[in-house]
Design a protein around this ligand. Sequence first.
Ligand code: ZN
Length: 173
Amino acid sequence: MEIIQYGDKKITYKIQKKKIKNLYIQIKNGEVIVKAPNKMKEKNIQEIVQKKAKWLKETLEKEQQKPKEEPITPQKLENLKSTVQMAIKKYANYLKVYPNKIRIKDIKYAWGSCSSNRNITINAKLANKSKEAIEYVVLHELCHLKEMNHSTKFWNLVEYCMSDYKIYRKELR
Ligand SMILES: [Zn+2]
């Protein structure tokens, strides 16, 4: 572990020598990893890292401020499953839409998705959200079985089924 100083802040970093041409710096889970070419001297590495000190300090601070993701316990996942089931029952009958498959999966970029072959995927991370927010996501995806877009017609349909959906949608930002 190496250390550089920036103002009153000490920044520690780990060097990984690699068969690469240029040095690059990575921040992962609050840890600074410097990937450096095999032949580069420690002194040169330190010089480069020192030049990036301001950026490192700011980036590390920003990362600390980010709220940590809560772990999803098996119990929470069970609750999510039953809430999803319940919401499907409630809204599928109401809308007269019938999804093909419903999956709960850890997905990255959305809370839910709906494919053209009527498969609905619900993000497992919803396990940490309120029951109402989960219901909203299920409803949102079910509405896509009728409207495959985010048109006014789509949002009217969502609102028709859940008049206060905007509150729960906010929770998911
Ligand atoms: Zn959508």
